[in-house]
Structure formats: C-alpha cells, structure tokens
Design a protein around this ligand. Structure first.
Ligand SMILES: [Zn+2]
Length: 277
C-alpha cells in the first residue's frame, strides 16, 4: 500500500469517526496532525489523494426559516400550495429561552454539514444563500422543489430539511425525524425511499449520542402529510427537528458550536450511508 493510500485512508477514517474536535475536518498536512486528534504518518511522497465517496452526488440541505422572516410578517403569511392545500409561505421559527433563533441554528448546522459533505465529494445546494436579517423566505413550496427533476440546476439525490422545535413542555426534549407519508399524486413516489433516509438520519443521531424525542413520533421518527417542504419533493426527503429549543439541555447543544458541529457530523454520516446504497 502506498504512503499516499495510507494517508488517504487515515483521512477518511478520521472524517468517519468525527475525529475533528468539532472543527472543519480539513485534511491534516502530510507531516502530521493539525490538532493532535488524529495521528497521521509523515510522508515525503506525492500529495495524498483523499477518497471522495460522494463524488457525483448532489445533496440539497434546507436550513429552516430565515432570520429576516421576523420583519416580514405579511410576506411570509402569504398562502402557498403545500401539497393540494394552502399553507403560509413560511414562519419565523422557534428560539431558545435565551433568544437564540432557529434560523441561525439551522443555517450554521447546514453550513457545517455542507463542509463535510463537500470534502466527501458531494455537490451541496442550500435552499437559501445566507442568514440575513434583511431577507425573508423562501416559501416552503420553493424549498421543497429545489433539486427536483425538471427544476433549474442539477437534479439532487436527496433533500434534508433542517429545523429545531419550540415546545414549552417540561421534560420535552430530543430530536425527531419527519418523513413524508403517502399523499397520492404528491409523495407516493418518494415515501418509500424517504423512509430509509429517515431511519439512517435517526440512527446516525442516536449513534452520535442525541436522544430521540420524548414527546413526538415513535423511536425518533414521525410521519406527516401536511408539510409543503416534504410534499413538493420529487426526490427522497426528510425534515429533521434536531432538538427542542425550549428544553435547557437541548438549548445548550443548539447554542454551542460544538453541539452544532455534532449535529452536522451526524447528518453528514446519515447522508453518506444512505447514498452508499
Ligand atoms: Zn422550523
């Protein structure tokens, strides 16, 4: 086995193990580890070739809400088609008791997950370009359509919509993954693969040490047919409520960079596993 091959495998193993101390899993220099977390051997051979297990794959990440939605009440209240029925374009989202907004949490997790997935070779499309307090939307029908066959841009292999809940009930904490139920003419074609994706996301979050929801769904998975973001999808999709922001233990994870990076790594692991099939 060549030195380059050894280094490449070490890098892949390091990413798989989340051995990055919560930081961007930048490949360490060939002469040693960047942060001391992952041992690498010295080599004077050619530059290491990092394996790209997700090369050619396209992933859509949908960071829920938008920070500026709070200033655009009338715009986001505008009804849009959510799957054969009308629903509001978007909402302001939840917040922790300290006021940390869901839109910021979902944005940061999505950006961190994008970084990991790109290093694995995937092309990643986000459904919004920033977390600006000056912007609003996009609406749920647009979020649920990006990456669909026939839409502008490359057709994606899957879409994960990232959210966090805001339930003010003592003891209610943990994540739940929402998969689309069968809605004839809308999700009947994607319900089955989306179920597999939901299991992969649930399993990865549990493996990363996050508790499944104590208040919603069953074993960390819920099924819904009332969500425009899911109903508009023509590719396998799930929405994940990563935490209950009103729970103090979940809020501590949401408000910390380390917690957000843990969520991001778990999502990237799940996506990698699903796309490996
Ligand atoms: Zn949300």
């Amino acid at each position: 086995m060549s030195g380059a091959r050894v280094v490449a495998l070490v890098l892949v193993a390091a990413v798989a193990a989340g051995c990055t101390g919560g930081a961007d899993p930048t490949p360490p220099a060939a002469t040693g580890s960047r942060d001391g977390c992952c041992a690498t051997s010295s080599t004077s051979g050619p530059a290491p070739v990092v394996e790209k297990p997700l090369a050619g794959k396209v992933v859509v990440l949908d960071p829920g809400h938008q920070l500026g939605n709070r200033h655009h009440g009338s715009e986001i209240a505008r009804p849009v088609d959510a799957g054969g029925f009308d629903k509001e374009c978007n909402t302001t989202g939840a917040a922790t008791n300290a006021g940390y907004p869901e839109a910021t949490f979902t944005w940061k997790v999505a950006v961190a997950a994008r970084r990991i997935l790109r290093r694995l070779g995937a092309r990643v499309v986000l459904t919004r370009a920033s977390n600006s307090d000056d912007l609003w939307g996009p609406c749920v029908d647009v979020r649920g359509s990006i990456g669909n066959p026939g839409e502008p841009g490359r057709t994606a292999d899957l879409r994960v919509s990232i959210h966090a809940d805001g339930v003010a009930v003592d003891g209610a904490r943990g994540f739940h993954v929402i998969r689309p139920g069968v809605l004839d003419g809308w999700t009947d074609d994607i319900a089955k693969p989306s179920r597999k994706l939901a299991v992969d996301v649930r399993d990865a979050l549990e493996a990363a040490g996050f508790p499944a929801s104590s208040y919603q769904g069953r074993n960390g998975i819920d099924v819904r047919t009332d969500l425009g973001t899911l109903n508009h999808s023509d590719i396998p999709t799930v929405m994940v409520e990563l935490a209950n922001m009103r729970d103090p233990r979940d809020a501590a994870l949401v408000e910390s960079a380390q917690g957000r990076n843990r969520y991001a790594r778990a999502l990237a692991q799940a996506i990698r596993k699903y796309l490996a099939r």
